[in-house]
Design a protein around this ligand. Structure first.
Ligand code: FAD
Ligand code: UDP
Length: 368
């Protein structure tokens, strides 16, 4: 075989495995169909600002091993994500915490906030929430659900909250302290040099072929590889044999503005159904930028169709069932490992992708 590892995808998962394989002395090559490395965490320099081309990415984790691993490749700043939500002319702090409860109801003390939520959820409480709406009302009551969750979620996922799994909303913390940190994470930050530099450091010394679609030459690459690591969509690998899995795609509208500060925060969510975008990102605030100009991106969610970028797996029961069928096919591809957000069809954050990559590396005997 020409290669010990052919790695499909130069995103975080593929790049981590390429780094570990190279370090273990393996012959490897990375194939990437885009014209750049780093997958969805790609950042590019515009007016001296690191622009997150595929949506805002904030690294956060509770996993010390993952944090130490990612820090091998570059320094992180001390950014803490504290997005705001805009609804009908008012701003609310996220995630749901005492600041939000104060802004919503004027309550000052935690027990007043708890009483307010209790009063609202009593009427509609269900022991085992079956969908996102029931879960959200159980967690924060109906006012917050109506103002901060319903419109945003329905734009984001393109379907009613009653048809979405409860897990999605459990991603967000609910706190009875005044704390706007969006994540419950011990470690958090943004790479000082941008994510692309971080991934470039992982890939140093590894052969990377850009603008190379593995699926266009699948048999050739398989025949040259001892093992193949595939981080593209699992359904695409099997030529959509059972039909496509469902994804959400995104459209980004980016503008350079001739002002040094447009919205005063890195992320503002627009939770009204009537506003077509879900959020506006002002990139410089991720890195405390002082540039004279600013770059903003409006993010619109859209239905995925063949040819669009599949950003989010839609993890409802039907898609999980379809994924299980593809997973069964994948188990038969003895030399192929399916990894990453698309290869495993899981709504993984970056730290989860890294944890999975480290696990895989260890089963392959590619230690740190
Ligand atoms: P990807 O980055 O998708 O990499 C896969 C690569 O494979 C791509 O470059 C693709 O072009 C390539 N590829 C696919 N098919 C082929 C083929 N046939 N041939 C060659 N190449 C191929 N996570 C966080 O932790 N914090 C955040 O704040 C955060 N924000 C996010 C915001 C948005 C809008 C999105 C969409 C995701 C966010 N994430 C966040 C999740 C994060 O992006 C992922 O966890 C991570 O990037 C996944 O890495 P990956 O390597 O699995 O996939
Ligand atoms: N969410 C919401 N209102 C908000 C922010 C998030 O209802 O202002 C919900 C929405 O359903 C979203 C989920 O919480 O899909 C998870 O949010 P997160 O910010 O983790 O989503 P991501 O950054 O992955 O798009």
């Amino acid at each position: 075989m020409k290669y010990d590892y052919v790695i499909v995808g130069a995103g975080l998962y593929g790049a981590s495995l390429a780094y570990l394989a190279k370090k273990a002395g393996k012959r490897c090559i990375v194939l990437e169909k885009r014209s750049h490395i780093a997958g969805n965490i790609y950042t590019e320099n515009v007016e001296g600002i690191a622009v997150h081309r595929y949506g805002a990415h904030i690294f956060h984790t509770n996993d010390k091993k993952v944090w130490e691993f990612i820090n091998l490749f570059g320094e992180f700043n001390s950014y803490i994500n504290s997005p705001l939500a805009y609804y009908k002319g008012k701003l609310y702090n996220l995630p749901f915490n005492m600041n939000t409860f104060y802004q919503m109801w004027g309550v000052i003390r935690p027990e007043e906030a708890k009483a307010k939520i209790e009063e609202q959820r009593k009427a509609r409480y269900v022991t085992e929430p079956r969908n996102l709406e029931e879960q959200a009302i159980n967690l924060v009551g109906s006012d917050i659900y109506e103002v901060l969750i319903k419109g945003y979620t329905e734009k984001q996922w393109g379907r009613p909250c009653t048809e979405l799994p409860p897990e999605i909303i459990k991603r967000l913390p609910v706190r009875f302290i005044f704390d706007n940190n969006y994540f419950n994470a011990r470690y958090q930050g943004i790479p000082v040099q941008g994510y692309t530099a971080l991934v470039a450091a992982m890939l140093e010394g590894v052969e990377v072929r850009l603008e190379t679609d593995f699926l266009a030459d699948k048999q050739k690459w398989l025949s040259e590889a001892e093992r193949l690591i595939y981080t593209g969509p699992i359904d695409a690998y099997f030529d959509y044999e059972y039909g496509p899995l469902e994804y959400r795609s995104l459209r980004f509208e980016t503008e350079v503005l001739d002002t040094d500060n447009y919205q005063g925060n890195a992320v503002i969510n627009y939770t009204e159904r009537e506003i077509p975008y879900t959020r506006i990102i002002e990139h410089k605030h991720f890195a405390f930028g002082q540039q004279p100009k600013t770059v903003i991106t409006r993010e619109y969610s859209k239905t995925w169709q063949l040819g669009d970028e599949p950003y989010y797996p839609v993890g409802n029961t039907e898609n999980q069932a379809l994924y299980s069928r593809y997973h069964a096919l994948a188990e038969r591809e003895r030399k192929v490992i399916f990894g990453g957000r698309l290869g495993e069809y899981k709504y993984y954050d970056m730290d989860q992708v890294l944890a999975r990559a480290l696990e895989t590396a260890s089963t392959l005997g590619l230690g740190l």
